[in-house]
Design a binder for this molecule. Sequence first.
Ligand code: FES
Ligand code: FES
Length: 181
Amino acid sequence: MPEDTPRIDAPVLADISLRINGTEHQLTVDTRTSLLDLLREHLDLTGAKKGCDHGQCGACTILIDGRRANGCLALAVAHDGAEITTIEGLANGDDLHPLQRAFIEHDAFQCGYCTPGQLCSAAGMLAEAREGWPSAVTARLENQGDIELTEAEIRERMSGNLCRCGAYANIVPAIADAAAR
Ligand code: FES
Ligand code: FES
């Protein structure tokens, strides 16, 4: 084997740029690195949580170009040039996001482990509803503009975010309250 042949187990690196919570980052990443690991292990943004690392719990939810996504399933290299928002970037300085205020007012968390994912997911979900995206429980599937976020709509649309403390009874009204604002 020629000396310069790469070992097949050597990491493959790629240069990418990401705008994360308004700050540009030029990064060299192992192409196997998930966005969740990049944020948590390399950039000290530990708000997004690793629950299952398999796309099943939603604890790692972040916004990629404004759309909610599981950071554990998103390879960083596949999102070169993307705009990423994490829970650390949801507030506007000291001015909390309406969802954050509503979660506090409704006591919508217990241990808080799922909360960053719930909040980022809810932010993405509210944008989807504003754009008229239907869900499995939407009565009429044609685009009707603003979707009415009933309890059934909120529960269905947030079903990818699990809460092991079972705080759903307060999470749902918190989101409804923020949506109404
Ligand atoms: S850690 Fe990503 S979905 Fe559970
Ligand atoms: S508040 Fe504990 S997992 Fe949701």
